[in-house]
Design a protein around this ligand. Structure first.
Ligand code: FES
Length: 216
């Protein structure tokens, strides 16, 4: 029986107590059960839900994004169901297909959350998936502390969220929709001409090298 304000659910056969309203992803991670994720921020309401790496199967409901779906009393969750695993793999393949994997020359070499996630999921860049070529955009090094490389962005949205919610600034946002969607600076101004204070919250959450600190 769960304590007041908590519910009891089962994840991969393990009984887990989670706070009412908590998302499956965080209930699982708190219990030591891994689910791939790149865009999730616990305090984000609503969740960003952009990477689609966190699919799980819920008995009686089917496949859900675990960072979006709240826990409910008696819920039975499987992280290793074939449908969820296939969708997670496909989501990672799409991200990899669209990402320049010149890791040897990347500032995040050896420290890239995105690459580490792909390796842990055992997913490689697919050879038969060729997205439309993207226009190479200039690297923005106008800010005294932070460099913005829009070409590396995987559109997770974490930087947009932390700038707004934690730093209460709006230096970044997305423009366009669908495949053309991309991260840009406020009014497409150079980052150094926005109200970015260089607090570094965006660099901390960026899972790739789209935002990084200038070397001293
Ligand atoms: S972690 Fe759930 S969609 Fe990204």
């Amino acid at each position: 029986m769960a304590e007041k304000g908590y519910v009891e659910i089962t994840i991969d056969g393990q009984t887990v107590q989670a706070q009412e309203g908590e998302k499956i992803l965080w209930a699982a991670l708190d219990a030591g059960i891994e689910i791939p994720h790149l865009c999730a921020i616990r305090e984000a309401h609503p969740p960003l839900g952009t990477c689609r790496l966190c699919f799980v199967e819920v008995e009686g409901e089917g496949v859900v994004a675990s960072c979006v779906e709240p826990v409910r009393e008696g819920m039975v969750v499987h992280t290793d169901g074939e449908r969820a695993k296939t969708l997670r793999r496909r989501a990672m393949e799409l991200l990899l297909a669209d990402h320049d994997l010149e890791c040897k020359t990347c500032v995040k070499e050896g420290n890239c959350e995105f690459l580490q996630m792909a390796i842990s999921m055992k997913v490689k860049k697919p050879k038969n998936l060729h997205p439309f070529p993207r226009e190479e955009l200039p690297v923005d090094d106008s800010h005294p502390l932070i460099i913005f490389d829009p070409n590396k962005c995987i559109r997770c949205g974490k930087c947009v969220w932390v700038c707004r919610e934690k730093a209460e600034l709006v230096p970044f946002d997305f423009v366009y929709k669908g495949y053309d969607m991309r991260l840009t600076t406020f009014l497409s101004r150079p980052l150094g001409e926005t109200n970015c204070t260089g607090c570094g919250e965006c660099v901390e959450v960026c899972p790739v090298a789209a935002l990084y600190f200038r070397k001293a």
